[in-house]
Design a protein. Structure first.
Length: 202
């Protein structure tokens, strides 16, 4: 089902709904090994950090610092561990479901060359897989950021006065922002989402 230049927006919307209906009946393409590895390693690091925090944190834990690394906010051990546990579960891991949105509401997700990807069921399946892989990497980076924050909290909790080197936070956040920027630039300007000459997608 291919759209023509003279189709109305209603016809285009109906065509895309039909493409999505057909795509939902087809088997999903499996994600590549590298995005899955990033997500698995990040999850393992996060879980290990959680276990370490739960086993070693004292009852009073520094959870916020000034620019110089001096703590200006303290919390209980339960709050610190709960924060490190709940934040990825609520904010990060649900992002993995966004890729499924293209199968029920294709226009709700934006990407380069979207018109081409939404035109046929097989292309829509490939689009969903590419988006799912990118989200795996983004979620993995976000979870690693949370694990890094947990490590800093755990280290600071055992330091006199809860102080840590101020540059640690800049390095952690800077590394995360830099890696995230690379992913976004790759998505928006790289060849990943360009129309593919794969015969299966023609």
């Amino acid at each position: 089902m291919v759209g023509g230049a003279g189709e109305s927006w209603q016809q285009r919307e109906e065509r895309r709904r039909q493409v999505a209906r057909e795509a939902r009946l087809m088997a999903r393409e499996p994600a590549g090994w590298l995005p899955r590895l990033v997500l698995v390693v990040a999850t393992a690091a996060w879980l290990a950090t959680l276990a370490w925090m739960a086993a070693t944190l004292p009852e009073r834990v520094p959870t916020h610092w000034s620019g110089g690394g001096t703590p200006d906010g303290w919390s209980s051990r339960a709050f610190a561990v709960g924060f490190a546990l709940v934040t990825p579960l609520v904010l990060f891991y649900p992002m993995l479901w966004i890729s499924r949105l293209v199968m029920v509401w294709p226009d709700g997700v934006n990407a380069p060359h979207k018109e081409w990807w939404l035109d046929r069921p097989r292309r829509l399946l490939r689009f969903e897989r590419l988006l799912r892989e990118d989200l795996m990497v983004i979620v993995g980076l976000s979870v690693l950021l949370m694990a890094g924050i947990g490590l800093i909290m755990g280290y600071a909790a055992h330091r006199p006065g809860g102080t840590v080197p101020g540059w640690w936070f800049a390095a952690l956040v800077g590394g995360f922002v830099g890696a995230l920027a690379l992913v976004i630039v790759r998505v928006m300007t790289g060849p990943r989402y360009r129309p593919d000459d794969d015969p299966e997608l023609a």
